[in-house]
Ligand binder design. Structure first.
Ligand code: GDP
Length: 190
């Protein structure tokens, strides 16, 4: 099983389409927004988790509920998740993370990343909207620090992969990293 997680509007569905050729576009109705969408790709279940965090027009308690449901889903399936792709908007992620930090809160992207690490789920952070990022290595180095890791991008080439889902940039690299993590997962299981 492969799962995709991320805030709403980070480009998750565009990226899934780029990688798999399958549409996971959600309707605008709240009920649709909240449920995981499942597609089958290369005989695998690919799950598009609902977007977490702030969404205009969705009440706070519903957002909390979505988050709880995602956490529960991941806990229940931890053993079968071959790779989790955490999609972030490379243009706005840092700004949003810093805003949360100033409020004394744990940024939701950071929280999900650490949660995936704690459950030992192989993870790739797809730093999307590469076309809008001015200084890619600076941005990724800062993200690494915010995610609680030490070192630089050089040390985490298979963890942080910049892409542009919209323009198709670096998608092959992301696909390679995903495939490698899946292979490693399967080797561990044998
Ligand atoms: P989701 O809510 O995370 O599934 O996000 P969508 O895939 O619906 O994308 C949200 C918006 O971001 C859309 O307007 C996309 O066209 C845009 N978008 C997605 N990927 C990129 C990208 O790589 N670069 C830019 N500039 N925009 C993107």
């Amino acid at each position: 099983m492969i799962i995709f997680v991320g805030r709403s509007n980070v480009g998750k569905s565009t990226l899934i389409y780029r990688l798999t050729g399958k549409k996971v576009k959600r309707g605008k109705k709240p009920g649709v927004t909240r449920k995981p969408i499942e597609i089958i790709w290369r005989n695998k279940r690919v799950i598009d988790m609902p977007g977490f965090g702030f969404m205009s027009g969705i009440p706070k308690h519903v957002q909390e509920r979505i988050k709880t449901d995602i956490v529960r889903f991941i806990e229940e399936h931890a053993g079968e998740i071959e790779v989790a792709v955490l999609v972030i908007d490379g243009k706005s992620a840092l700004e949003i993370i810093e805003r949360w930090e100033r409020r004394g809160e744990i940024p939701i992207d950071v929280e999900f990343f650490q949660f995936l690490q704690e459950l030992n789920i192989p993870t790739v952070v797809a730093v999307n909207k590469l076309d809008k990022i001015k200084n890619v290595s600076l941005t990724i180095n800062k993200l690494i620090e915010k995610f609680g890791l030490s070192g630089t991008w050089e040390d985490y080439k298979e963890l942080f992969v910049p892409v542009s889902a919209k323009f198709g940039t670096n998608i092959e690299e992301l696909r390679k990293v995903i495939d490698k993590k899946i292979r490693e997962f399967q080797e561990r299981r044998e």
